[in-house]
Write a protein that binds this ligand. Sequence first.
Ligand code: PEP
Length: 249
Amino acid sequence: MSRQTIVAANWKMNGNAELAAQMCRGLNDEKFNANQQVIICPPAPYLALLKANISNSQVACGAQNINENEKGAFTGEISALMLNDLQVQYVILGHSERRAMFHDSTELVAEKVAYALASGLTPILCIGETLEEREDGETESRLSYQLAPVIAKIGIKSFKDVVVAYEPVWAIGTGKTASAEIAQQTHEFIRSYLASFDADVAQQVPLLYGGSVNAKNCEELFAQADIDGGLIGGASLNVEEFKKICQAV
Ligand code: PEP
């Protein structure tokens, strides 16, 4: 079975209207493989601008987070309903910055994933270990610990509608990419963990690698059997570099 390949841009709290316009112009004329999806996840204020200016059917938009409630007195938050309203299809959940700085616990992330799916959104679920955890040989237990509550909450059959991004915390924004070998080994573990619940679902779920991916290292990473694309931070703020990464899948 050929899985969908995905390159997603996580702008974090960066970018502006000019970058949004440049990105739309840059991606609208690009030709991608038939099975490929490109996703731009800008800060929420730019979602409508991107949606209005993207004409390439293989380029979609995503948010960087949602609140787990439908609506109400949650100042500063955005809801799945608002993303539905803008026809935004994707949402990044459980990014390590949210887990570390905004107290998104594994249970809360599971709740958000469930709510996103129930709202018709595709969650891009981020998981990853810290350097200390890797050095202590705890990578696999950490990843299972992050995946288990999501599987328990939504059920393994629904997990086929989730995209997983493996992002080692030590590689995010540090310029230290996991070697292709380490990334592949870890992706293989994630797929085998999912397969221990359901082999078919495990084969369907796109597994993205994230962590200092750039135009130079992307080809080797994307050539690995269990790496179906990438979640790109810093390098997604440069239109030409991001286009090269998209073409490398
Ligand atoms: C990210 O924040 O999701 C990310 C992968 O960042 P960077 O590519 O900058 O390491």
